[in-house]
Design a protein around this ligand. Structure first.
Ligand code: BTN
Length: 359
């Protein structure tokens, strides 16, 4: 039996503290108030209070720290409160509409606030929860990124969801899965009419070498199969300055790539549809069937890179592609080598004119 799951890092401890002081008493009223404000109009404290059957002081309290959620609010004496940016809430009916015939095979549950959609689905997976269920959150208090990092996303400014998917395969056969998921995400972006989205090994979603989204896959099961996977996807829809400041790398959001407003409900449905198709393909044919497509989407193909290993050491080389099980092929001074883990970045001197990432 194996369970591969993200380990809490130091950042997570801080966030847990924030959740303790902020989450319990604040959020239950904060979200209902923000829902009333999401029409984009001004609402007086009195109006909000009477609609929710609470005091004006409770409304004032509920909106005190909304900036920490990545929500900007105008507070104007005599007029009340207005959201700087209207929020499109996740809506199961809208998602089902966009999913069409796929809706009955891909049940989507929306939760307002949760620690991490991955953490929740890992629990459900262990309790025998059904295959192909999706959990999407308006806000995560402890969003998990890869390599023990935190994943930062503002309320209404991102898509944060996970999909529980069961395979008859064992852990070794799932090694190319995270790359396959990347292909599904790029296909979804293409269907949405967003060109130029690329991948960074193993599965970051990039645009112009800026991070648009990320994938965290956690596994449990028996070495020879079957396995349960939880595929967590975070996609930047509209990054607020507060959230941007918490992220230590170059990022981009869909709002700046699309001339028109993109619907979160539509993006979720389209992404889920592509994910399900790729996962079925993966179960039957493995990553091999997707390898050429993946390589054509790799922003680092044939580039000179530094590969930072989990122990902190660095290996220089030129990217030659990926193997059938998703390992990175690097041509190094000592010949061609394959790597199953590590973090790549461009080498400035050998890639003139390229942006050098700060991660
Ligand atoms: C990365 O580090 O690039 C992976 C980020 C994955 C974030 C998503 S958001 C939904 C799901 N729940 C989590 O806690 N993490 C993933």
């Amino acid at each position: 039996m194996f369970v591969l799951t993200a380990q809490p890092g130091p950042c997570r401890t801080v966030l847990r503290f924030v959740e303790q002081i902020f989450g319990c008493s604040m959020l239950p009223l904060t979200l209902p108030v923000l829902r009333l404000l999401s029409d984009g109009a001004f609402h007086s404290g009195e109006d909000l209070a009477s609609q929710l059957g609470v005091s004006r002081a409770s409304i004032w309290n509920a909106l005190q720290d909304v900036e920490t959620l990545g929500v900007r609010l105008f507070k104007v004496r005599g007029r009340g409160y207005q959201l700087a940016q209207p929020i499109e809430w996740l809506d199961p009916a809208q998602i089902a509409l966009h999913l069409g015939a796929n809706a009955k095979h891909l049940p989507v549950q929306i939760i307002d606030v949760v620690d991490s959609t991955n953490a929740q689905l890992m629990q459900r997976a262990a309790q025998g929860g059904p295959h192909a269920q999706c959990l999407a959150a308006e806000f995560q208090t402890l969003g998990r990124g890869r390599r023990g990092r935190a994943w930062h996303a503002g309320l209404g400014g991102a898509l944060t969801f996970s999909l529980l998917w069961r395979f008859n395969l064992g852990a070794a056969q799932l090694s190319g899965l995270s790359l396959a998921v990347g292909v599904a995400l790029v296909r979804a972006m293409m269907e949405l009419g967003i060109p130029g989205v690329q991948l960074k090994w193993p599965n970051d979603l990039l645009h112009g070498y800026h991070k648009l989204g990320g994938v965290l896959i956690e596994l449990q099961g028996d070495a020879l199969g079957p396995s349960s996977t939880v595929i967590g996807v975070g996609l930047n829809m509209r990054l607020d300055a507060q959230i941007r400041n918490r992220i230590d790398q170059a990022v981009v959001d869909l709002a700046s790539l699309c001339p028109e407003e993109t619907s979160r409900n539509q993006v979720l449905a389209i992404t889920l549809r592509h994910l399900a198709a790729v996962l079925k393909d993966f179960e039957l044919h493995g990553f091999e069937a997707l390898r050429d497509e993946w390589q054509s989407l790799h922003a680092y193909q044939d580039k000179s890179v530094a590969l930072r290993m989990p122990d902190g050491s660095q290996i220089m080389g030129q990217v030659r592609g990926v193997t059938a099980d998703g390992a990175l092929i690097l041509e190094t001074a000592s010949g061609e080598r394959r790597f199953g883990s590590g973090e790549i970045s461009l080498r400035a001197a050998t890639n003139p004119g390229m942006l050098v990432e700060s991660n």
